[in-house]
Ligand binder design. Structure first.
Ligand code: MG
Length: 158
């Protein structure tokens, strides 16, 4: 029994915020704005995981009106989502994330991102893929106004 899911998220880049992507803090002139730590890639991944089991979206589970989630580390949200999935008798087969950003360059951080996500998800790192692309200076990501992330995942009944 297999289930697939996909997720998408966008956050605005602003000054005076830390940049957290896939649970890793990345040195940059700007960071992402949001109620939580605004880790756009983890949010897309959570939506993919929730979507695979038709459990709604991250906003339903962790409303941004709830002060408990203000500034929260998105790794905690991801851990919670994985708990829900395992409660329902499923486990991760694999997931694949694409980050769309003009800057910074993510290549030096990809291994750390994969290892971080794999640890939070209690998954093998070989089943956790993270990729990054620019959008050739086109659109809001190309103008460095924000960062977008897409994720897909496959779950299997344990
Ligand atoms: Mg988000």
């Amino acid at each position: 029994m297999f289930r697939i899911g996909q997720g998408y998220d966008v956050h605005r880049l602003v000054e005076d915020r830390e940049l957290w992507i896939c649970g890793v803090k990345i040195p940059h002139t700007h960071g992402l704005l949001g109620h939580s730590d605004a880790d756009v890639a983890i949010h897309a991944l959570c939506d993919a995981l929730l979507g695979a089991l038709a459990l709604g979206d991250i906003g339903k589970h962790f409303p941004d009106s709830d002060p408990r989630y203000k500034g929260i580390d998105s790794k905690i949200l991801l851990g919670h989502v994985m708990g829900l999935i395992r409660e329902m008798g499923y486990d991760l087969v694999n997931c694949d994330i694409t980050i769309c950003a003009e800057a910074p360059k993510f290549r030096p951080y990809i291994d750390a991102m994969r290892a971080t996500l794999a640890e939070v998800m209690a998954a093998d790192v070989s089943n956790v893929s993270v990729k990054a692309t620019t959008t050739e200076r086109l659109g809001f990501t190309g103008r460095r106004e924000g960062i977008a992330a897409m994720a897909v995942c496959l779950l299997q009944k344990a």
